[in-house]
Structures are given as structure tokens and as C-alpha cells.
Design a binder for this molecule. Structure first.
Ligand SMILES: [Zn+2]
Length: 416
């Protein structure tokens, strides 16, 4: 772990100076800033992708180089383009509405509700909902689906306003939003204000334990300011009068946690076994010990060397390589490894918003998935490795011409 003398940054949770680097991925463009053909000859902003770890609270974090207003007001990610994810959301809706007895008199709020991918399932059950989504283009899709949505950022201010209107929530859901909040204290304080006295908050986030153990460094991007272990999330919620009373481990996004929070005063929901077990497991694995964080940087460099070795050998042997997907994590990976059209001819994506555009930094063109059957590449590099099973199933036909899938994370693997 390198001791860092140049950072003047302070921890976004506990405000202590950040002195230790977890991993430095160099300079990278914003991972969702896809380029049009006309933009290819223009300057492109790159920012450091440098993750620190706080020695006091163990929050892994990036500095905020770009304001969320610049990142999230015209966001290209539409949650509804992944089937596995939608199934997950439907299962969640059934689970929580049963467990917490939600019905037509309840009120469910989702923070960062995207295109209504989740709340649509509550609407189907006749449960009143409100989405909060700052990206206008994405929120518009939600409203068209029948999911009422406010296009604002969430924090103390909005929560207080809703509370004053008598709109406190029985359930507040937040999926993959906690990482994207620059002022984490303002956000969690807002959750506390918006929650009804007997209400429940569920928050899902990628688990830092999986990120480090499974080598998922490509899930780090400028839009993700923070990376949480369970013990750190528990500290943050506790600082705002919220108790974590349950936790689920989920397979989504390479391994996530779903934490369940309630008001400290709400003793009707005792702290469960799984909370105690998770806390102990993380401490035993070293997550409360700075030395545990020190080996990660070298692990990341080795992953880069393995991927580049594979690509160099494939291209030298005259093989063609195409990408599948244009996710944020792909852009971190490709920029960090310096992979452009010299290695990857093109990539494909199911999201029509991205067709005809180019990946930021690497300028790899994005086509519809049909391009794969037209050009019959020898290898298809799967960038959203968290959907690899689904993708390999959908694209199984590449085997007709001897095509093979390649997955770079956690360890480079070729699937014949
Ligand atoms: Zn801290």
C-alpha cells in the first residue's frame, strides 16, 4: 500500500485525511460519456481513477472530480435492458411486500429509481410508489411506464420537503445508489428523515469484500465515489440513528449486500443472526485491518498483464476479437489496460442508445448484437462479466464457427 503524500482529501464519511492508496488505475474518461462520430476528433477530459482507503473507518473512496450534476443528468444506463436484473427486482418486490406487509395503504420510495425497472413491480401490486431520479431522460421513461418520478437529487432537503407534505415512506429502496452519492452523510440523514417510525430501508451495494477477493477492480469508476464493507456501512448508518437489523448476500453485480435498516428506536425488529455473523466474518477476513488492503494493487496489475498477454497472442495468431457489452466496468478495464481497436475490433450492446457511438477514451465503436453473426469473430470478450451466463446462452451460436467466449474477471478464462 503506498503512503500518499499528495492528497489533501478527507474521508467523505468521517472527515479524516486520506493517506493510503488502495489502487491507482491511472487517468480515465467518465465511463458513461459515449462519443458520437463528430466528437472523435475533439479533446476528451480524463480524470484520475485513484481509490483511497480511510484508515479510520475503512471506507474505500475516490475523490469527487466531477460533480454528480455533470454525471447523472443525462445518463445512458437503462436498468431495464438486463433480464437477470429484472428477475431479481421482481423477486425483491415479492419478498419485501410479504415480509413487511406492504399494501395499498403503504408508500414505497425508491431513490435513484432509474427507468422504473423496480417500482413497476410495486405498481403492478397496487402499492403506491414514488421514484426519485435525477437523470431527466431516464425519469421520463419511468413516468411513461406509470411510475411517478421526481427528477431531483436526494438528500436532507428533499427528504424534509416530502416529510413536511406528509409523505414519509414505509419502505425506502436504494439499489446501487449509495456508491454514487458524493455527500454520504447528507444522503443517509435524508433516509432517516424520510422513513416512517416503523418503516424499513433496504439498500443494495456491491460488496467490497467481493470486489477485492474476486478482483473486480473494473467496477471502480468516477461515478462510484465509495465502496463499502458491511462494517463500514454499519458505522455510517449508526452515525445517523439507523440500525442494520438484517443483511442478505446477493449474486448481483458480482456479489452485493442488501442491508435492512430501521430507526434505532424501533425495537420491533431485533438485530438478526446474519448481521452478527457478517460483522464477524469481515473482521476475521481482515477488513478492520489496514494490512489487508495492501495486496490489492499488485493483484490488479497482474490481471492487466494476463489480459494483454492473451490479446497479444490472439492477434499475433491472426485471430479476431470483438467485445460484448458497453458497460461502465468495460470502460474502466479497457482504459486501464490501454485496449483500443488495435486489440478489439468493436463491441456490441443491446441498448439502442449506444448504437453508432464510441467508447470513451478507447474509441471502440458500438454496434447492435447482430454484428457478431455478420463478422463471426474468433473470440468474444464479455465486458459485463456479471451477466456472463446470460450472454453466453444468448450468443451460444458463435460456437457454430468455432467462436469462443473470454471473460477477464476474476481471472482470465476462455470458454470453448
Ligand atoms: Zn473515514
Amino acid at each position: 500500500m503506498s503512503f500518499n503524500l499528495t492528497s489533501n482529501t478527507k474521508c467523505r464519511f468521517c472527515n479524516e485525511p486520506l493517506r493510503f492508496t488502495l489502487v491507482d488505475l491511472g487517468m480515465s474518461p467518465l465511463c458513461e460519456s459515449f462519443l458520437s462520430f463528430e466528437q472523435l476528433n475533439q479533446m476528451e477530459p480524463f480524470y484520475p481513477l485513484h481509490a483511497y482507503v480511510c484508515e479510520h473507518c475503512y471506507l474505500v473512496q475516490l475523490e469527487e472530480y466531477v460533480s454528480p450534476e455533470n454525471i447523472f443528468t443525462e445518463y445512458a444506463y437503462f436498468s431495464s435492458y438486463a433480464d437477470t436484473w429484472l428477475k431479481h427486482c421482481q423477486a425483491y418486490t415479492n419478498l419485501v411486500s410479504g415480509r413487511f406487509h406492504l399494501g395499498k395503504d403503504s408508500f414505497v420510495v425508491e431513490v435513484a429509481s432509474n427507468d422504473g425497472y423496480l417500482l413497476q413491480y410495486f405498481v403492478q401490486k397496487g402499492i403506491p410508489v414514488l421514484g426519485i431520479e435525477p437523470a431527466k431522460n431516464v425519469a421520463k421513461v419511468a413516468v411513461e411506464k406509470g411510475v411517478p418520478t421526481l427528477t431531483e437529487f436526494f438528500g436532507r432537503e428533499l427528504a424534509s420537503r416530502l416529510c413536511a407534505e406528509g409523505r414519509q415512506a414505509d419502505l425506502i429502496a436504494g439499489n446501487n445508489v449509495l456508491a454514487q452519492v458524493p455527500d454520504i452523510n447528507d444522503f443517509v440523514a435524508g433516509l432517516k428523515i424520510l422513513l416512517k417510525p416503523g418503516g424499513v430501508i433496504t439498500i443494495e451495494f456491491p460488496h467490497l469484500k467481493n470486489l477485492m477477493e474476486q478482483n473486480q477492480f473494473d467496477t471502480m469508476y468516477h461515478e462510484h465515489f465509495s465502496y463499502f464493507s458491511f462494517i463500514t456501512s454499519e458505522k455510517i448508518f449508526a452515525a445517523h440513528g439507523l440500525t442494520l437489523f438484517d443483511v442478505d448476500e446477493l449474486p448481483t453485480h458480482g456479489g452485493s449486500l442488501r442491508i435492512y435498516a430501521r430507526h434505532d428506536e424501533d425495537v420491533s425488529k431485533p438485530v438478526g443472526e446474519r448481521v452478527i455473523e457478517m460483522r464477524e466474518r469481515e473482521i476475521a477476513a481482515g477488513f478492520a485491518d489496514m494490512s489487508h488492503y495492501s495486496a490489492f494493487g499488485e493483484q490488479v496489475k497482474e490481471t492487466k498483464r494476463k489480459l494483454l498477454t492473451f490479446l497479444i497472442e490472439a492477434r499475433r495468431a491472426g485471430k479476431s476479437v470483438a467485445g460484448y457489452g458497453a458497460p461502465g466496468k468495460g470502460n474502466t478495464m479497457l482504459n486501464y489496460c490501454g485496449i483500443r481497436t488495435d486489440f478489439l475490433d468493436y463491441t456490441v450492446d443491446r441498448n439502442p442508445y449506444k448504437h453508432g457511438k464510441f467508447l470513451p477514451g478507447t474509441h471502440i465503436p458500438i454496434f447492435p448484437p447482430e454484428k457478431i453473426s455478420e463478422t463471426r469473430p474468433d473470440y468474444v470478450l464479455i465486458l459485463p462479466w456479471n451477466f456472463k451466463d446470460e450472454i453466453m446462452q444468448q450468443m451460444a451460436f458463435i460456437r457454430e464457427w468455432g467462436g469462443q467466449f473470454v471473460v477477464p474477471i476474476p481471472e482470465l478464462k476462455v470458454f470453448p
